[in-house]
Design a protein around this ligand. Structure first.
Ligand code: MN
Ligand code: MN
Length: 501
């Protein structure tokens, strides 16, 4: 930075520079990423999105997504860290992963530099807003069977009514054996729904605030309407709640479930529809759960591609790690969330398995030398709701990876802010690799806000920057992203893993 004071002398009498030249030199200009794609890249971008849609359809819950990621990692030669033989050590090029209680995933490739020298980390989350069952959910009212629910994450209640829902769950039987259950995903499967009031009778309802007209207790799922029958009217008349009984009987026949099993089970309802191309030009993907499985998918594949084909790949310069966490949508609490010790423990284990003398201080130094992109989605500028956005700092569809220097609400409360030095390092890596990045502040000041897993990593001493894919209709049952942003995120994450020092 040459001059330390501002003088207008040159402007008064000196030589004039052309305005257009100045503009090109001084002003930021964001182009659409579609224009920069070669034919080959455009095809890769479409193929990447096709694989992404399959990923979304097969992993609609954190457990399903974690299992899917573990399978992809194993296929690429990653070994479950918890099954390593005793005394086994790790060296450059070794690939390991850990599943944290089947709900979050940590995967790493040991670099030429060991983990103690610091890691390059991508962190995303694989839980999404949804409708969970209460612990004693099944009841009957007016010859209809309902499942009572408790929603998970920040949802607009009314968006989840009158759409087809699918059941994804896990029941643990009395012997402790897990039984995954899915209803509503296969062609011919029944689906479920939350009913809403017809407009004809909704005059009072429509006059209420949107946050009130469907309350949390109003999100009950319609699950049956046919009564159990012994075929003997006299006997049937004496039975109570026969519709509920018929539902339970069917569940028992199919899965061995009794009412008590709901208490411990984890039953989640998610939209039953599949991921689709969106728009005449198929430039977008519309699907449930893209916050944050879009970034999780891009991050996982950036790791897999940096790792290269198993056996014959050269190790990366630094140790690289991909963390796919659970519970972000409810504040990252719990032993599968980013606030838990799971993340730190995994890095400590990597240090332990590569260093001859590994103490707690060495692990803390490894963390302090680490760099992380918190890969989470951003609110894309929506022309239909322009009043809450600041156009200068919003992210836009098709304009690449959105960098958020800080998160939080109000006066940046409850968020995380990247240090200038680190933000600049990431900017340079993206620029050098021709990965277009854009701004990503969440709306106008004091219009709301949010946080990601960045703050939990930052608490461990890691340098972190929030950086993700712009999404429309975030947290709704049908979120939308741009395929070129997904592909650009993948390229950006890959460049970061390979080049961050
Ligand atoms: Mn998110
Ligand atoms: Mn979210």
């Amino acid at each position: 930075m040459p001059k330390k004071t501002i003088s207008t002398d040159a402007a008064e009498g000196g030589k004039k520079t052309k305005g257009k030249t100045l503009q090109e030199k001084l002003c930021i200009s964001l182009k659409t990423c579609w224009d920069g794609l070669s034919a080959e890249e455009a095809r890769r971008c479409q193929d990447f999105a096709d694989d992404y849609k399959r990923f979304l359809d097969r992993g609609k819950t954190e457990r399903e997504c974690a299992a899917l990621c573990a399978a992809r990692l194993e296929k690429a030669g990653f070994v479950n860290l918890d099954t390593l033989p005793p005394k086994k050590r790790l060296g450059a090029g070794d690939r390991v992963y850990r599943s944290v209680r089947g709900k979050s995933i940590l995967a790493a490739v040991i670099g030429k530099a060991p983990p103690a020298r610091g890691l390059n980390i991508l962190g995303a989350h694989i839980d999404s807003p949804r409708i969970d069952l209460k612990t004693n959910p099944l009841y009957e009212d007016s010859d209809l069977a309902f499942l009572d629910t408790h929603y998970y994450g920040g949802i607009k209640h009314y968006q989840w009514t009158a759409i087809p829902l699918a059941l994804h769950g896990l029941i643990i039987d009395k012997a402790g054996k897990p039984h995954p259950i899915t209803v509503g995903e296969e062609p011919g499967d029944p689906v479920f729904t939350i009913t809403d009031l017809l407009p004809h009778l909704a005059r009072d309802q429509m006059a209420k605030k949107a946050s009130e007209f469907i309350d949390g207790e109003g999100l009950d799922i319609l699950a049956g309407s046919r009564p159990f029958s012994e075929g003997d009217r006299g006997k049937d008349d004496k039975l109570k709640d026969r519709v509920k009984l018929f539902c339970l009987n069917l569940l028992h026949d199919a899965y061995g479930i009794t009412e008590e099993d709901f208490a411990s089970g984890e039953i989640e309802f998610v939209p039953a529809f599949r991921a689709s191309d969106l728009g005449f030009d198929r430039s977008m993907v519309g699907a449930y759960g893209q916050d944050d499985r879009s970034c999780a998918f891009a991050a996982l594949h950036a790791l897999l591609e940096t790792a290269g084909p198993a056996k014959k790949a050269a190790p990366p310069a630094r140790t690289i790690l991909c963390y796919l966490s659970d519970k972000e949508e409810i504040g990252s609490m719990g032993n599968t969330g980013a606030e838990s010790r799971a993340f730190e423990n995994f890095i400590a284990d990597l240090c332990e398995l590569t260093e001859s003398d590994c103490g707690p201080r060495l692990v803390r130094d490894a963390l302090a030398r680490s760099a992380m992109l918190s890969a989470d989605v951003n609110a894309a500028y929506d022309p239909t709701h322009s009043d809450v956005f600041d156009k200068k700092t919003s992210s836009f569809f098709g304009k690449g990876l959105a960098l958020s220097k800080f998160t939080g609400r109000g006066g940046k409360y409850g968020g995380s802010e990247a240090n200038a030095e680190f933000y600049r390092r990431v900017q340079l890596i993206l620029n050098d690799n021709k990965v277009q990045w854009q701004f990503g502040e969440l709306g106008k000041v004091d219009k709301g806000g949010g946080g990601t897993i960045a703050q939990h990593a930052a608490n461990l001493g890691i340098e972190v920057l929030d950086c993700g894919i712009p999404v429309l209709s975030m947290h709704s049952p049908f979120e939308v992203i741009s395929k070129v942003d997904l592909y650009t995120a993948f390229r950006g994450y890959k460049a970061f893993l390979q080049e961050c020092r």
